[in-house]
Design a protein around this ligand. Structure first.
Ligand SMILES: C[S@@+](CC[C@H](N)C(=O)[O-])C[C@H]1O[C@@H](n2cnc3c(N)ncnc32)[C@H](O)[C@@H]1O
Length: 351
């Protein structure tokens, strides 16, 4: 994990708390927990070390990976309306980019907000210190007039910190189909927790990948040049590097499949032979049968009806759906009702 931030923008690092579990210990215990299950699994949030972030940037430029191009098209086409709606004529606000990555698409909105003279602070949040550091350096060159407060840390550590230190209206961005990585019950838990951090007047703009021809979806996660395979297998390299694992990565393969009934793309790494893998930081050895798989990522796709249902289920009002011309992708603007007077503990359940 990179700790030498060269940016002169303020970067708050919440990933290594003074007390409690360090990020590395949490990584080790999450990996051990996932690999000890009958159906082995790992969290997709651990894809993004420096190498993972670099590979993801390559994925975004792949011909098969339509998601980035579609969201870029949406922002290019609708940026004036989006920026106006986010600024909402209400004075200053914090634009909180949850899982900002390299913020390529967010920059289209940032430029437009600056053009419209909106008063806002850009708050990129990412669990990857490398991603945040690179983004800040890049923003200093590309948008030097931008007011920025970057945060390295988990989504909710960042939202807790913001609530405690930086009051004011919040506009949350959750772009690039990140929401699709959650299973339905995790998605509900995530959105209800986000909702609890929001007040009347706050907004949430979410990127959601829509259901479409299964072949199109499958190819996006199984590209011909093998970049997605390298991205998936990098998780094993990362475990070797950071947790002192001894995965022989060549003995594992990337595998991806799309389930059109559940609307979910699933990625795995499959052990090509029977083997044992030790991970020193966990103090454990994990056994793999031949062709046993680790489920590394789910990516859910949504119907239009679900975009409405998700608002109702989680205490939001659906304000606007922005779409690309092919109907492949949607950026959905949810608001918190100005007249919402529910108690924080009840929020998200009464709509
Ligand atoms: C798929 S990329 C999307 C980047 C960008 N929003 C986009 O649309 O291109 C996901 C980003 O979310 C970050 N991330 C994943 N889980 C996170 C978590 N729990 N807290 C904070 N950031 C997270 C990753 O490090 C990565 O940079």
């Amino acid at each position: 994990m990179l700790r030498n931030y060269t940016s002169t923008y303020p970067i708050t690092d919440l990933s290594t708390p003074v007390t409690g579990t360090s990020a590395l210990n949490r990584f080790a215990s999450d990996i051990a927990d996932g690999l000890n299950r009958t159906l082995k699994t790992t969290s997709s949030k651990y894809f993004y070390d420096a190498e993972g972030s670099r590979l993801f940037q390559q994925i975004m430029h792949l011909p098969e990976y339509y998601l980035t191009r579609c969201e870029q098209e949406i922002f290019t086409t609708h940026k004036q309306t989006i920026a106006k709606q986010l600024a909402d004529g209400q004075g200053s606000f914090n634009l909180v980019d949850l899982g900002a990555g390299d913020a390529t698409k967010t920059k289209l909105i940032l430029q437009e907000l600056l053009q419209q003279n909106a008063a806002f602070t850009y708050v990129p949040v990412d669990i990857s210190g490398d991603a945040v550091s690179e983004l800040c350096e890049n923003l200093q060159h590309e948008l030097p007039q931008l007011q920025t407060q970057a945060i390295v840390g988990d989504y909710f550590d960042a939202l807790d910190w913001l609530d405690a230190t930086t009051p004011g209206r919040k506009v949350l961005l959750f772009l690039g189909s990140n929401i699709g990585n959650f299973a339905p019950e995790e998605r509900t838990a995530f959105l209800q927790k986000v909702r609890e951090h929001m007040q009347p007047g706050d907004m949430l703009l979410i990127g959601m990948d829509l259901c479409k021809a299964p072949e199109t979806i499958l190819q996006a996660y199984n590209d011909a040049s093998g970049v997605t395979a390298a991205f998936n297998l990098n998780l094993l390299h990362r475990i070797n590097r950071e947790l002192e694992g001894n995965f022989i990565v060549e003995q594992f393969a990337h595998f991806a499949l799309y389930d059109p009934q559940q609307g979910v793309m699933k990625s795995y790494v499959v052990s090509k032979q029977q083997q044992d893998v030790s991970i020193k930081a966990t103090g454990q050895t994990f056994h793999f049968n031949a062709w046993e798989a680790i489920h590394t990522e789910s990516s859910y796709k949504f119907t239009k009806q679900q975009l409405h249902d998700i608002a109702i289920e989680n205490g939001f009002t659906l304000q606007h759906i922005f779409q690309d011309k092919n109907d492949y992708f949607a950026d959905v603007l949810y608001t918190v009702d100005q007249h919402d007077r529910t108690e924080p503990g009840l929020r998200g359940k009464l709509f």
